[in-house]
Design a protein around this ligand. Structure first.
Ligand code: GDP
Ligand code: MG
Length: 315
């Protein structure tokens, strides 16, 4: 468990450092005072925790401070982490031993657990597809990835190069190929080869959003021809450094596609890691994984408590 917490702590160090800097190291042990409360409030806003959460954290720290004028920063950090954990109740997507829950297939149906990665360009779909495949492979599961972002030339190559590097089976076609046909072929292959999981990477171009939604719907239709219960996990991949922008996008995808969960990426690259809380509060979609770096093993099951403690620099 400690190893997993360290991942969160390292991954969220930019957010923690930014809060720590703005509050002049308040959490190091200094006593709380009126100035540091103001600084903390500003720091939490800057880290993208949003109005509601920031106010809740401040209110609880102020209450404790009134009761104990000697209140230390460290205790304030613990109060803050407790508030976050409470706000994030229910935000952890159900996983099985840290892996996507295997599909409970209806009688007579066979096939893999199908996961589809959705989201705008640059959110981290392709990278997350590769990382998740790697995680599954390391845990002894057989996995196939499908390069269904056939829109961008680089996208197919990107997933292919990950697949080669990590020795993961892939179904890919040429740029401009029909993405639904590719997803169909991939599912057929996964069924006939008996794979445990199929992960489908998709396109995310923004300028033709309605076409994108149609394309995603078509992918789902063809998958269901082969395996009516698929896809089993429809995850939106959101860039955690984009804050409220991600929330709007997520609403559009959720309305059109019906998502089952989220992957929040790039938390390591931002001092605005508080966005996770706003995303949860607004969407109430469970978070399956978070991206805490660019390496294959930097995808971690989301754990609210680890996240909350890491943000406040606790152990
Ligand atoms: N630091 C960091 N970079 C990430 C993470 N996830 C994705 N990226 C990077 O974000 C960029 C876009 O990712 P990509 O998977 O191509 O996005 P896609 O367009 O949605 O497929 C790439 O340079 C990735 O290496 C993450 O968790 N942390
Ligand atoms: Mg991609």
């Amino acid at each position: 468990m400690f190893g997993l917490f360290k991942k969160f702590k390292d991954g969220l160090s930019k957010t923690f450092t930014a809060i720590g800097d703005k509050t002049r190291g308040l959490f190091g042990g200094r006593k709380i005072d009126a100035a540091s409360l103001d600084e903390l409030e500003e720091a939490l806003y800057t880290a993208d925790f949003g109005v509601e959460t920031t106010e809740e954290i401040l209110a609880e720290i102020k209450t404790a401070y009134r009761k104990d004028p000697e209140l230390k920063g460290r205790r304030a950090a613990e109060i803050g982490a407790n508030v976050l954990t409470r706000v994030l109740t229910g935000s952890e997507a159900e996983l099985r031993d840290g892996l996507p829950v295997p599909a409970a297939l209806p009688a007579g149906e066979t096939g893999p657990t199908v996961i589809i990665m959705i989201g705008v360009n640059g959110s981290g779909k392709t990278t997350t597809t590769a990382k998740l495949a790697w995680l599954l492979k390391q845990r002894g599961k057989s996995v196939l990835v499908a390069a269904a972002d056939t829109f961008r030339a680089a996208a197919v190559e990107q997933l292919k190069s990950w697949a080669t590097r990590l020795d993961i089976e892939i179904v890919a076609s040429h740029t401009g190929a029909d993405s639904a046909a590719l997803a169909f072929d991939a599912l057929q292959a996964a069924k006939s080869r008996g794979h445990d999981y199929l992960i489908i990477d998709t396109a995310g171009r923004l300028h033709t959003k309605s076409n994108l939604m149609e394309e995603l719907a078509k992918i789902r239709r063809v998958l269901q021809k082969l395996q009516p219960s698929a896809p089993h996990h429809s995850w939106l991949v959101v860039d955690g450094s984009l804050g409220s922008n991600s929330i709007e996008q997520a609403r559009v995808f959720h309305k059109n596609f019906g998502l089952t969960g989220l992957v929040v990426t790039k938390l390591d690259g931002t001092s605005r890691g508080g966005a996770v809380v706003g995303i949860w509060r607004e969407l109430k979609l469970p978070i399956a994984y978070v991206g805490l770096g660019e390496q294959p093993d930097d995808l971690q099951p989301f754990e609210a408590d680890n996240y909350a403690r890491a943000v406040f620099g606790l152990e």
